[in-house]
Design a protein around this ligand. Structure first.
Ligand SMILES: [Zn+2]
Length: 86
């Protein structure tokens, strides 16, 4: 049994959907920097079971939450692409 941050999983999924639409560096270093920045904007939600994960994922598909996550992703991509650390 491991702790899973559901927010991280959703951000990862959205990041992979948003990134291809934006003209910026997508190397591993930049990607992880973007993930870290985006996640720091958002509240982590830890679960410790697969069942819990599914419940939390369902809660997170609410429109407002998705908008917050998208904003965090876009902000993070913007910050990293202005001054890439690679
Ligand atoms: Zn890069």
């Amino acid at each position: 049994m491991a702790l899973i941050n559901v927010t991280e999983q959703i951000v990862e999924k959205r990041m992979q959907e948003i990134l291809p639409t934006i003209d910026c560096c997508k190397c591993e270093k930049c990607y992880l920097d973007m993930m870290a920045i985006a996640l720091n904007y958002l509240k982590p939600q830890y679960v410790n079971t697969e069942k819990g994960q599914l419940i939390k994922l369902a809660e997170n598909t609410s429109i407002q939450k998705t908008v917050d996550i998208d904003i965090a992703c876009v902000k993070a991509i913007d910050i990293v692409s202005r001054s890439p650390q690679h």
